[in-house]
Design a protein around this ligand. Structure first.
Ligand SMILES: Nc1ncnc2c1ncn2[C@@H]1O[C@H](COP(=O)(O)OP(=O)(O)O)[C@@H](O)[C@H]1O
Ligand SMILES: [Mg+2]
Length: 235
């Protein structure tokens, strides 16, 4: 397992948000964390990345306990995080946004990303090479955010609601791009509200609601489970 989360409990101040959340991601897998608005998806991502450390439980990354470690340490170990707010540098060009994010984690043994390879994956960005980040559409910004995180050569990519609020055509592009990344062997954990997008990209899913994992299984099993979908997801 690349990532093994066991029974984490996470708080914001005195508010208990995550209750004994466990999940795991194996090398090369695409796993989806599904749940409605407010279910605890972002908090789970933040807990894994070290942005909000869980008070108890365990987060193992490549077999190393990282709970309580700061985000920069976890990033250096090869975890990449795309937050749900697409914070790119508005006054830098697309290329500058990408170049700035270049980093090779410790023990990385693949072929590092280059700006040109990012452009092969996201052809739309290639045509925007010299455009300023601040003038991109929501979908273009989302591609740039993912591209920028890839420039850090993560072996585990966390994507927090990658298609939320982007236009349907861009959703289709992002779906294909996620599948291409999978073909390249990229391990991905992403969160999503909509079961349809998940079934087209992920192979396994966890369903979270009110800070607890309510279901886990293959995406086929989930698709067939009307009860779980009705109770916890948008269908
Ligand atoms: N900074 C915060 N302080 C207090 N409560 C928060 C904070 N951020 C989120 N919450 C609460 O934590 C719960 C889970 O939120 P979140 O993880 O953002 O859910 P999701 O990403 O699934 O929409 C929600 O009830 C939300 O109101
Ligand atoms: Mg969220």
């Amino acid at each position: 397992m690349i990532l093994e989360v066991q029974e984490i409990n996470t708080f914001y101040g005195t508010s208990h948000i995550l209750f004994d959340v466990s999940l795991s991601v194996d090398g090369g897998e695409i796993v989806c964390l599904l749940g409605r608005n407010g279910a605890g998806k972002t908090t789970t991502m933040r807990s894994i990345m070290g942005l909000t450390s869980p008070q108890s439980g365990s987060v193992q990354f490549h077999g190393e306990e990282i709970r309580g470690r700061p985000p920069y340490y976890i990033a250096q170990k090869g975890m990449g995080y795309v937050p749900d707010n697409r914070l790119i540098f508005p006054d830098l060009t697309v290329r500058e946004n990408l170049e700035l994010a270049y980093k090779v984690p410790e023990n990385f043994d693949g072929e590092p990303w280059t700006v040109n390879r990012i452009y092969d994956l996201f052809p739309l960005l290639k045509g925007l090479d010299k455009n300023l980040g601040g003038y991109l559409s929501g979908g273009e910004q989302q591609m740039l955010t993912v591209g920028r995180t890839l420039m850090g050569n993560p072996d585990l990519l966390l994507l927090d609601e990658p298609v939320e609020g982007v236009a349907p055509l861009v959703v289709k592009d992002l779906r294909e791009q996620i599948l291409k990344l999978k073909e390249m062997g990229q391990t991905i954990l992403f969160s999503e509200q909509n079961v349809r997008f998940a079934t087209m990209t992920a192979e396994r899913a966890y369903v979270i609601d009110k800070g607890k994992i309510r279901y886990q299984g293959s995406i086929e099993e989930l698709s067939a489970n009307e009860e779980i979908k009705k109770e916890y997801l948008m269908i």
